[in-house]
Structures are given as C-alpha cells and as structure tokens.
Design a protein around this ligand. Structure first.
Ligand code: GDP
Ligand code: MG
Length: 805
C-alpha cells in the first residue's frame, strides 16, 4: 500500500486514491464523502495524539489513525490545482434560457393565485410542466397530511421543527424503539402532522437511529419529505438528498442557514437548482424564521397533489463510459417486479442491491438465477469503472452533486463562522488547552448552577413555598379542620412536595448548560478530545454525549445512546449512565450536606460526582474484561461549526424539562408522600398510632433493616425513604422530611450520613430510568441493573462507613 492519510502532514492537501477496509464502516466513510478523487487536508491531532481531524468537501470530520491508515492518498498535482481553479472560475453560472424569474416563484404562493398554482421553478418554460389540479387527484381535504423532517445532524431540524409547530408538539417514542419521536401540527394547518426524525447522513443506516429514520420513510411512507439541507456544508448534505429523491415520495428541499451564506457573500441559484433536482427548493433560515411560510406552502402543495420528484436518475451515461449508468439501469429492470411487489421504490432498491444492503436484499427475495445475474452485472460495472461497487455508487452521487453545485452555488470566499470556529477550536481542541478547558467549562457550569443562578432562584422559591405553607397553616387552623387532615396537608403534602419543588431552578439551569454545550457544537469536540481516554475503558468518544446527559437525567441519556453505531458500545454506555449522578439526586445531597456537613458543601458535592465517575470507570473496566470484550467501534464523526444556539430552541427545551419535573412532583411524588404519610400514621388495624415506630410502614420497612444495618443505615425510616426513592429520587428527601421532621441530625451519625450519601448516589436508578433501560435492553438487563447497582452501592457505602466510623 502506498501513502496513507496518516502520512500526510498537517495542513497539506492530498487526493484520496482508494478507501480500504470493509463493511458498514467503509460504507459510512464513503457516505461521508471519503471517496477516491476527493481532496483532503489533515487539520490536527487530538491532544492525546488520536483521533485526527480532517477537512474534505469543505467540512470537518474526525477519524482515528487506524482508519486513516486505510485511506490511500497521492500528492496534489499541478493539474489538480488547475482543475480546481477552473471550476472556481466557472463557478458563476451563466444565465440559461428558460430560467424562471425569482419573483414569479415567490408569487406562486400568493393568495391571489390559488386557482392555478405554478409548480415552483421546475423550469416552467423549459419543461412546460404546469400544475393542473385536474390532472392529478389531490388528497381529500379531510385527510391528515404527514410530513417527515429529514436531514443531516446539525442541519437545523429541531430549530425548523420548533418554527413549524410552535409549541404544538408531542414527544413520544417510535413504536418498538426508544428514540425520541417528536410529532407536531404545523401552525395554521390543522390537518397536518410533521415528524422530526433523527439526523442521518445516508440511507445506508450506520447507527440504530439512522435505521429508524430510514424505516420511517420506507414503511410509514410520509406524504411529503421535507429535506433540510445546511447550505454552509452543501455538498455533504445533498448526498442524502440524492437518496431521498429515489424514494418515490414527494420531496421539498429546504436550504437552511441561508442567512450565514448570504452574509458571507455567497448565493445559490435556486431556480437552476430546482431544475437540476426536479423538486421545489426553498431558501430558508430556520433560526430567523425566514422563508418558513413559503416552505410550508410548497410542502403542503406537493403533498396534496402528490407531486413526486421529476428526476430520480442521476447517473450520467457520459461518466467514465457510463459503466455505472448501465449497471444501474440493467439491475433496475431486473428487480422492478420484486420491488413493486414489496412496495419498495425501484430506484432506491436498485442502488441498495448494488451496494449489497442485506436488509433490502432479503426483502426482495430474488431467486438464485437473478442474484447471479445481478452479481455478474455488478462485477462488470466494477471492472469498467475501476472502482468497487460501494465507491462507484457514492462517486456517481457526488459527481452529480458537484455538477449541481458548480452550476448553482457561489460559495463565499471566507466564511466568518468558519474562521470563528477555527479560532475557538485553537483553544478548545488545542494540544495543551483542550483538557484544561473541558474541566474549566464543566466546573464553571456546575459552579454557576449550584452556587449562583440555580441556588439564587432556589432560595427565592423556597421563601415563596415557606410563605405559602405558613398561610395555609394559618387558614387551616382558623377553619378548625381536624388535626389529622391538618397534619396531612402541612407535614405531608406541603413539606414533601415543597422540598422537591424548590429544586426546579437548579435542574433547569443544569439542563440549560448541557443543552448549550450540545447545540453549540462543543460536545462533539469533547468527544474528539476524549476519544482516546474513553477507548481505554472500552468505549469511543461518542459515548461522552449520553454520559454527559446522564448528569441531567438518566432517561434521555439512555435514549441518547441510540446514536452509537455499535450494539456493544450502546449497551455498555447504557449500563454506565446510572453512575453519572442525575439532577434528581441533588435534593438528597443538599438535604444531608446542610444537616451534617454545612461547612464543606462544595467539597462534598464535587466529591460525590467524582465518586460516581470513578466507580463508573472501575465498573467499565470490569465490563470490558467480562461482559463486553472486544473493541469500541471506529470513531468517524462530523465536527460542525460552532453556532450560537437559538434562544427559542433552548427555551422550549427548558420548558419541556420543567414541565416534566413539575408533573412528576405533582403526581408520583405527591402520591408517594401522601401514601407514606398515611402508612406511618396508622397501624394494621387502621388506628392512629402514637409513635410511628408501630405503624404499618415501620413493619414493612423493617424487613430491609438488617440488610442496611452493616452500612450504618439500620433505621426503618431510612429504608422507607430509599424505597420511595425508587419511584423518584427526589422523594427520598420528601419522605425523610415527613418521617423525621427537622431532627435528622440527632438520629444519624456523620459516618452514617456519608454512607447514605454514597448509597443514594449509586443504588438503583428510578423506575423511569429502569423502564428506559428495559425498552432498550430487555427485562432481564433491567432487573440486573437494579440488583447490580444496589450491590455496588452497598459495597461502596460499607467502605465509606467503615473508614469514617
Ligand atoms: P439538528 O441537529 O438538525 O436538530 O439541528 P439544530 O436545530 O439543533 O441546529 C443546530 C445549530 O444550528 C443550532 O445551534 C441552531 O441554533 C443553528 N441553526 C439552525 N438553523 C439556523 C439558521 O437558519 N441559521 C443559523 N445561522 N443557524 C441556525
Ligand atoms: Mg435536533
């Protein structure tokens, strides 16, 4: 093998000549644009020497050195340079006849023109394609039109989704799998549903999430695909578009981030692009809500009149003797009947058959003879094209994309955002600064959350709750309600729910910082920087995302593992998320720290988080040697430019979190507090007990007392609190408040309190998290997690207790 990408010096440009390796990874590399003939420039190595960052097709990609060694390159020649310059010079597309003036396209959505809506752009003059409502049967007026939002990661799907739906959204799961499914009704169009799909790069699924998106398009057949394309990264984004056009479903292309492109002096010749792609193309800026109205009108229109893409055929018979073109068409005819029978789009199935997609191949049920014929055709194609099948198909698509871009896109000379990103990256992923900056940023986020913003708001809220409690207390006394009811309301509900409610600000603030890091593009850098470290415990840099989210809440963290491309990594990451201390445990920590160690608040809080992480690492090392042998999957990931997250997105997310938490406080926690209050008030013959030691609760909980005695927690009230914590961690505190009142410090020793802190940190995650784990990994694993976490917690607490006693 000749020179590989690994040998290329930083900052030097080379041309890819071959991509070795095999299977899904290779397909993924090709889908990401790592194709023979592409120019590529290494940018830097991660601080620990691996992985590396490269630039190709104008975007940044990271991959490990092992993968870099499978990519063969040659030096850039004078001819390459000249060719590149030529395309740049012809970059300004000449005016072609048959262009539709821009303003006509704009007018097409005009209310006055509802009678005949001209199908936008599609070369009205050139192709003489007008839309005549009488020629197609529109969907009936009362039918709900289903839209799917499809696009690359970070192309602005969530931003657009929020613009389209306002707050009319519903978050659920995709049937059968736990990926957040967001459905919403488009504002002003009550008969519509739009679904925000997980971000994908290609219709060859590399991770589970990508499979979800592909299956949604293939099986649920939305009435229209809204394909969102990031224009600042247009070549790579159009790669998905090319495949969506093969799906035989109406498509509109939304060119997002137009604001950035035009600000930097770039433009796109929209009408020409519509001609070349055969579908409506609408320039928008999701963040600034520009063009969204127009997008909706076009999308509704093509969906209603079922206007499929005018072109699906992008292979050129003049390209390298037409080898690929002939191969595709020959096979398309061969499998046409099978595909139609299975209701698969023919053109899509053809390219998948050539690429060797086993899911599609199985579904088509070709017989032996047909399979062999196809294999012969493909081999012939490979021979003539001098490239293997997967690369040949990817190359065919990129060749067309380049043609489209050459004729329609005028790129900005220098993008301010790109320059800004580079400057930021010099520090945030710099050799010596990256890791200190990561620690600093995390520390700052936590400091601000706990000591400044969150805590300030919390004090305010607590004051409010106290006032309200006092007021209700006085009212109840004045109304002379019975002592039992009075006590239930004040000692039960107000104290219990109140102690949890006051944590809303802290939780929301922590989520605010986490979402800021994710939306801005920083978490991708963390993955890049930490990959080598995570590899030591048997994971890849991608796992950092779910793990960091785990500091917020285990449920979304478990869901976020869906983005991981390998089942092994996914499972292992899921099993590690419970070690990242979630926000619901904060009330517990705060309660004990205030009662026992008020002077070293920060120290103990930090210590607990660190203990969680250290235990996680320890357990990961054990997993690596036992349950999950082998290596983490390759790490191929895009590094998006830094962007300032949209305020709207952030606010909606925080509102969602707050709502979630509040609804829990007023359902599970309220019920748990009331039940526990009742149980500790009565004995088995339903008489009010004088001392709660004789209550039903004490009897039930005392079963667990012997188990927890060795770690210093042999008190039935603590057992009760921990059990209620299984419902929701926050209710540990509300239960303790109900059972102990204010005098817990008199009952527990310091060592026992420390032991309890560690136990709460590590023991079984709450029901919601367990349910998420069950959906991801099955019942057995979920039960095992409960048992295992309790065991780990017990062991760690014992150590702490014995040391401190
Ligand atoms: P998703 O990963 O596809 O859901 O993308 P997001 O909606 O999270 O957007 C990724 C980033 O791009 C966020 O920081 C957004 O604020 C930003 N963004 C989205 N749309 C636009 C846009 O039209 N213009 C600009 N400048 N930024 C945008
Ligand atoms: Mg998103």
């Amino acid at each position: 093998m000749g020179k590989t990408l690994h040998n290329v010096k930083i900052g030097e440009t080379a041309v890819i000549t071959a991509v070795h390796g095999e299977g899904a990874l290779r397909q993924h590399l090709l889908d990401m644009g790592v194709i023979p003939g592409t120019e590529v420039t290494p940018v830097k190595y991660a601080p620990m020497g691996d992985p590396m960052e490269i630039v190709l097709h104008g975007y940044k990609l990271t991959l490990r050195l092992v993968e870099a060694e499978t990519i063969e390159v040659r030096e850039l020649t004078e001819e390459d340079r000249k060719a590149a310059q030529e395309t740049e010079e012809t970059g300004e597309p000449e005016e072609e006849e048959g262009q539709v003036p821009l303003d006509l396209r704009r007018r097409s959505g005009d209310k006055k023109m509802t009678k005949i809506i001209i199908h936008p752009g599609l070369g009205e003059e050139k192709y003489h394609k007008y839309h005549y409502p009488s020629l197609t049967t529109p969907l009936p007026d009362d039918q709900v039109i289903r839209f799917a939002l499809v696009g690359n990661q970070n192309s602005g799907k969530t931003t657009l989704f929020n613009q389209l739906t306002g707050s009319n959204q519903h978050v659920g799961n995709f049937p059968g799998v736990t990926v957040d499914r967001k459905d919403g009704v488009i504002r002003g169009y009550p008969n519509t549903i739009v679904t925000d799909l997980p971000g994908i790069y290609s219709m060859s699924p590399y991770s589970n999430e990508e499979l979800v998106s592909r299956d949604f398009v293939l099986k649920e057949r939305p009435d229209c695909i809204i394909n969102i394309v990031d224009v600042t990264n247009i070549e790579r984004n159009l790669y998905l578009t090319m495949q969506l056009l093969e799906m035989d479903v109406p498509v509109v292309v939304a060119l997002n981030m137009m604001d950035e492109l035009t600000e930097n002096g770039g433009t796109i010749f929209i009408n020409r692009m519509e001609q070349l792609l055969g579908v409506p193309v609408i320039p928008i800026s999701a963040a600034q809500n520009q063009g969204v109205e127009e997008l909706i009108r076009h999308a509704v229109h093509v969906a209603k009149y079922r206007e499929k893409p005018l072109r699906q055929d992008f292979c050129d018979e003049r390209d390298h003797g037409g080898a690929v073109h002939r191969g595709i068409h020959a096979i398309a005819h061969l499998i046409e009947d099978h595909a139609t029978r299975e209701q698969l789009p023919v053109r899509f199935s053809t390219t998948k058959v050539i690429e060797g997609d086993h899911r599609i191949l199985e579904q088509l049920r070709l017989d032996q003879n047909e399979q062999e014929t196809i294999e012969h055709i493909v081999i012939q194609m490979e021979k003539e094209r001098e490239m293997d099948r997967v690369a040949a198909i990817a190359d065919m698509r990129f060749t067309y994309i380049k043609k489209v871009c050459r004729r329609t896109v005028r790129k900005p000379k220098e993008s301010r955002e790109r320059l800004r990103s580079e400057r930021i990256d010099r520090i945030l992923t710099g050799k010596y600064t990256a890791i200190p900056m990561f620690i600093l940023i995390m520390a700052l986020a936590f400091f601000l959350t706990f000591n400044v913003i969150g805590a300030g708001l919390q004090a305010l809220l607590e004051m409010g709750i106290d006032r309200l409690t006092e007021l209700v207390d006085r009212l109840l006394s004045a109304a002379q309600v019975s002592d039992t009811v009075h006590s239930l309301i004040i000692d039960g509900i107000f104290v219990g729910v109140g102690s949890v409610l006051s944590f809303v600000p802290i939780i929301v603030t922590l989520f605010f910082f986490l979402s800021l890091m994710e939306d801005s593009g920083y978490i991708a850098r963390v993955a890049f920087v930490m990959d080598k470290l995570l590899r030591k415990i048997g994971l890849s840099g991608r796992s950092i995302v779910p793990l960091l989210i785990g500091f917020g809440c285990t449920v979304p963290a478990v869901m976020a593992t869906r983005t991981l491309p390998s089942e092994r990594d996914r499972r292992m990451t899921i099993l590690l998320t419970p070690f990242m201390s979630c926000t619901a445990k904060l009330p517990i920590y705060a309660f004990f720290v205030n009662a026992f160690f008020p002077r070293c608040r920060a120290l103990i809080m930090t210590g607990l988080y660190l203990i969680g992480i250290l235990m996680g690492i320890l357990v990961a090392l054990i997993y690596r040697k036992t349950l999950f042998k082998g290596e983490a999957v390759p790490f191929v990931m895009e590094l998006p430019d830094y962007r300032i997250p949209g305020a709207r997105n952030v606010i909606l997310l925080l509102w969602e979190k707050a709502k979630d938490f509040l609804s829990r406080a007023f359902s599970i926690i309220l019920v748990a507090t009331v039940v526990i209050w009742l149980l500790q008030r009565f004995d088995f013959s339903f008489r009010v007990v004088a001392d709660s030691k004789d209550s039903i609760l004490a009897v039930i909980a005392s079963v667990f007392v012997p188990l927890l005695r060795p770690i210093g927690l042999g008190d039935w009230r603590i057992c009760t609190a921990l059990i209620s914590g299984f419902m929701a961690k926050e209710s540990v505190v509300s239960t303790l408040e109900v059972l102990f009142g204010q005098n817990i410090a008199g009952v527990l020793s310091g060592a026992a309190a420390a032991s309890l802190l560690v136990f709460s940190l590590l023991y079984t995650p709450c029901v919601a998290a367990i349910a998420a784990i069950r959906r991801e990994m099955g019942c057995k694993w979920a039960l095992a997690v409960i048992a295992w976490q309790c065991m780990v917690a017990w062991g760690a607490s014992l150590v702490v207790y014995l040391i401190l006693r």
